[in-house]
Design a protein around this ligand. Sequence first.
Ligand code: ZN
Length: 170
Amino acid sequence: MNNTKELYNKILGITKPWKVKKVDLNVDQNEIIVYLNYESKKEFCPECQKECEVYDKRTSRKWRQLDTCQLKTYIVASIPRVNCKEHKKKSINIPWAQPNSHFTSSFEVFAIQILQATFNQTKASQILRISFSQINTLMKNAVKRGLTRRKKEDLIYIGIDEKSMRKGHN
Ligand SMILES: [Zn+2]
């Protein structure tokens, strides 16, 4: 492994046509930002899976990834849009996150494991270093997506427990 970009391509499991373009270390912020670039002029329409021309790229977005050596790690990328004959302009599916999520799928899976281990959204948000509202949204989305199908009931109980605790119940 001879450079940082290659290292992050490997550890984040980035595959073609996505590629790590740049890795920034912000020591003051305890952050690592990994910039990804889409290196193809074609992609599949997310609706019909037909191969289409890339039309343009959306403004860049940021996703929280699992930490690197306790440094908060983020992915930054501009998602391309295809221009499908049938479905018009559509943002393509990205391999590292669900549409509209601010977290990568690996971060979400880990967050759910922390929630299941702690049964407490406040503790989980502290361990993950995200806000209470972020862990709450993440949990609701995960339940919605069925990502935690079998553990759904457990998660509902976490919500109930914290509400009743605030009311002074055990
Ligand atoms: Zn289409």
